[in-house]
Design a protein around this ligand. Structure first.
Ligand SMILES: Nc1ncnc2c1ncn2[C@@H]1O[C@H](COP(=O)(O)OP(=O)(O)OP(=O)(O)O)[C@@H](O)[C@H]1O
Ligand SMILES: [Mg+2]
Length: 272
C-alpha cells in the first residue's frame, strides 16, 4: 500500500502576469516504510509540496491519496483528523510554543486535539512523551522551557512532538536547516534510527546532503517538477535494502545545485 499517491499536482501563486507555478505537475508514490528525500534548491517548491502532501494546503490541482484515501473527498475536519492522527511534522524552525514546558510541547498534539483527554489517556500520553524525550536524549528536561534548550535539543523536542500520536508518516521540512553541521548530523541520525526501529515512512525535503545519506530513495525537485536522482531508472529501494552510497547521495546534488548550496554555506561548512 502506498502511504502517499500524488498525481499531477499543480500549484500556482500570484495572478495575471505575476503568476508563477510553484508545482508544475508533480506525481509521486511513497510506499510504506520508505525514507524519501526530496532535494532541490531554494524556491523549487519543496515546502509547497510538503504542505500539500501533509494536508495543510488544499488549494492545488491534481489528485492526492493518503493511506489509500482520496483526500479530495474528505471534508476539512476529516482531513484535519487524519492529519492529526496519522501524520507527524517536523519543521526547520522547530515551532515550539515558548510558553509551554518541553513536556507540554511534546503533549501539544494531544492537548489541542478536538477530543478531550480523560485522566487515563492523559497519563498514558504523558508516559509516552516522557519516554520519547528520554529516547531522544532529553531525560529529565521535561520541565525546561524551550528558551533553555539548544537548537538541536529544540529539534529533538519537535521530533518527540511529531511522534507522540504514533504517526505512520513523518514529514520533515529542512529539519537540519537551522542547525550547525555537527548537530544537523546528530538529528539526521535520530531520523535514521526512528526509521530503522519503527519502520515509519519518512518524507524529508532538503537542500543539504545530510538527509540524503540516510534516505532509501532520493528524488529531485527542480522548477516545480520531479526527477529521480541517485538511482535513475531504478525502482524505489526497499526500506531494508542497502542505503544509497554517499557518492550516490551526493550525485543527487548536481554541480550547479551543489554550487548554489555551497555558496549559501549549506554543504558541510561548520556554522560558527
Ligand atoms: N505564499 C506565497 N505567495 C507567493 N509565492 C509563493 C508563496 N509561497 C511560495 N511561493 C513561491 O513558490 C515557489 C516555491 O516556494 P517553496 O517555499 O515551496 O520553495 P522551497 O523549495 O521550499 O524553498 P526553500 O528551500 O527556500 O525553503 C517560490 O518561487 C516561492 O517564491
Ligand atoms: Mg522551504
Amino acid at each position: 500500500m502506498h502511504v502517499v499517491q500524488a498525481r499531477n499536482l499543480r500549484k500556482q501563486y500570484g495572478q495575471g502576469k505575476g503568476i508563477r507555478a510553484a508545482l508544475d505537475g508533480v506525481s509521486l508514490e511513497v510506499p510504506r516504510g520508505e525514507f524519501l528525500a526530496v532535494v532541490g534548491p531554494s524556491g523549487c517548491g519543496k515546502s509547497t509540496l510538503l504542505g500539500i502532501l501533509g494536508g495543510l494546503d488544499r488549494s492545488y490541482q491534481g489528485e492526492l491519496e493518503l493511506f489509500g484515501t482520496d483526500t479530495r473527498k474528505l471534508r476539512d475536519p476529516d482531513l484535519a483528523e487524519l492529519r492529526g492522527r496519522r501524520i507527524g511534522f517536523v519543521f526547520q524552525a522547530f515551532h515550539l510554543l515558548g510558553h509551554l514546558s518541553t513536556l507540554d510541547n511534546v503533549l501539544a498534539p494531544a492537548l489541542f486535539a478536538h477530543t478531550k483527554l480523560d485522566r487515563e489517556a492523559r497519563a498514558r500520553l504523558t508516559g509516552r512523551a516522557e519516554k520519547l524525550l528520554a529516547d531522544l536524549g532529553l531525560m529529565g528536561r521535561g520541565s525546561d522551557m524551550p528558551a533553555q534548550l539548544s537548537g538541536g535539543e529544540r529539534q529533538r523536542v519537535a521530533i518527540a512532538r511529531a511522534m507522540l500520536m504514533e504517526p505512520e508518516l513523518l514529514l520533515c521540512d529542512e529539519p537540519t536547516g537551522n542547525l550547525d553541521a555537527h548537530t544537523g548530523k546528530q538529528i539526521v541520525e535520530v531520523f535514521h534510527e526512528l526509521h530503522r526501529s519503527s519502520g515509519i515512512t519518512v518524507v524529508g525535503v532538503t537542500h543539504d546532503e545530510l538527509l540524503t545519506q540516510v534516505a532509501t530513495r532520493i528524488v529531485r525537485l527542480r522548477h516545480g517538477r520531479l526527477v529521480e536522482a541517485g538511482n535513475e531508472g531504478e525502482p524505489a529501494v526497499a526500506p531494508d535494502a542497502a542505503r544509497p552510497s554517499e557518492a550516490g547521495a551526493k550525485a543527487a546534488l548536481d554541480g550547479e545545485e551543489a554550487a548554489e548550496a555551497a555558496a549559501a554555506g549549506e554543504l558541510g561548512t561548520e556554522v560558527p
